[in-house]
Design a protein around this ligand. Structure first.
Ligand code: PEP
Ligand code: MN
Length: 266
């Protein structure tokens, strides 16, 4: 089989720049924000808190791929405008999910990095379109995707010429039901050993439980992750989506501190 562009043997490890934030290359990057952008005031307050904790980038969903079509679907472009306003106010790059190729051009007016959600990892026309641009892409693992399917999804983007791909392990479906997903740290260690793409862990979706977010963040960094994505809110219980796995701003700071300690020991 042909050597993949993602293989370590194909070149140096890939480092992705999102404005002045660097992902990979030995950096430990923290991205945080609410599952969904809810309104300007709430996101401003979250952004202020996250900035004070030293978080590097803000994330918030505007196009929400909800399991049920009756659940809150996100604010759409209005949400992206809010995200951009908060990012500019606190001088933090922003990342948000786009659900298909038709939304890319409009979204790029507002976001610095595009998230491909778990449910879209197999959307190859979308991946190819992202490959034709130089936009940083956060590629979440499909919830039932094997490691090689996930790597091939990245390869669809790389092959078109866009090397700005960051992998995100967000948990896979297993027989376990107590946790929402199972954060697959094998995959993180495999990517660090064999592939040249940066990889982040998302222990919020990876566990579905806020009390597990700290230990699994630390575990992710121990497995070699280049950073952590945390769902956070000023009042987590009031989050319109994914409240059960959302942590408060203070907890984000504590997790960052502990992850940095672990990284320095390693
Ligand atoms: C999210 O990031 O809020 C999200 C929907 O994640 P995933 O695509 O991993 O389910
Ligand atoms: Mn979420």
């Amino acid at each position: 089989m042909k050597n993949l562009l993602a293989d370590k043997s194909s070149g140096e490890d890939i480092i992705v720049k999102v404005k002045d934030v660097t992902i990979g290359g030995g950096n430990l990057t923290f991205i945080s924000g609410p599952c969904a952008v809810e309104n300007l005031d709430t996101l401003m307050a979250i952004g202020e808190g996250l900035k004070a904790q030293g978080v590097h980038m803000i994330r918030g969903g505007a196009f929400k791929p909800r399991t049920s079509p009756y659940d809150f679907q996100g604010l759409g472009i209005e949400g992206l405008k809010i995200l951009k306003a908060v990012g500019e106010k606190y001088n933090m790059p922003v990342v948000s999910e786009v659900m298909d190729a038709s939304q890319i051009e409009e979204a790029l007016k507002y976001v610095d990095m595009i998230q491909v959600g778990s449910r879209n990892m197999y959307n190859y026309t979308f991946l190819k379109e992202l490959g034709k641009l130089q936009v940083p892409v956060l590629l979440k693992r499909g919830m039932s995707a094997t490691l090689s399917e996930w790597i091939y999804a990245a390869e669809y983007i790389l092959k078109e010429g866009n090397m700005n791909v960051v992998m995100c392990e967000r948990g896979i479906r297993t027989f376990e039901t107590i946790t929402r997903n199972t954060l697959d740290l094998n995959a993180v260690a495999m990517i660090k050993e064999h592939y040249r793409l940066p990889v982040l862990v998302d222990p919020s979706h990876g566990t579905g439980r806020r009390e597990l977010v700290k230990p699994m963040s630390i575990a992710g960094v121990s497995a070699g992750a280049d950073g952590v994505i945390l769902e956070s809110h000023i009042t987590p219980d009031n989050s319109v989506s994914d409240a059960r796995q959302t942590i408060n701003i203070k907890a984000v700071g504590e997790i960052m501190e502990q992850c940095k300690i672990v990284r320095s020991v390693l």
